[in-house]
Design a protein around this ligand. Sequence first.
Ligand code: HEC
Length: 152
Amino acid sequence: MRKPWLLTAVIGLTCALAGTALAQADGAAVYLRCFGCHTATGAGIPGTFPPLAGHAAELVKADRSYPVKVILYGLAGEIEVGGKKYNGKMPGLGDQLKDDEISAVLNHILSRWGNEKALPKGHKEFTAAEVKAQRAKKLTGEQVLGARPKLK
Ligand code: HEC
């Protein structure tokens, strides 16, 4: 090898570029953690798993911290969505997902399935810092239910 420094430089640059790509959490990939229950189209299963299609934007409009809390801490107790009752338990995913993965999955959900049309005016994408602030609260699924905003 006549120019070992060149090889080192190329490897270093490749790693730096790959690192940048990995630093950005992929919302679609994170959604694989949700779709077993909420389904691939976000439609959910009426009476068992509430829909996220259209409905997630409605929640954000009422209180944008609420869906962050649901993903971090889960949700337990009776809710009503689109005239249907749900009384299940969603497990908290805060131990398994990083702050930027949670903001990325929310941005993924909010950019499709009709949510994109129902977002509040001037909506800004979720950030990892916003998730971090909610993580400090350490709630239970029951407390998240108590924090659920009233929907029209
Ligand atoms: C094991 C099944 C399961 C998984 C996995 C799951 N959820 Fe849920 N989710 C539920 C159930 C069940 C409810 C309703 C709980 C209740 O009735 O109190 C719910 C409720 C919600 C709500 C609140 C709906 C409302 O109207 O208050 C949101 C938002 C939500 N899930 C998003 C997600 C996202 C995003 C993911 C993935 C990061 C996810 N869920 C993963 C089962 C699941």
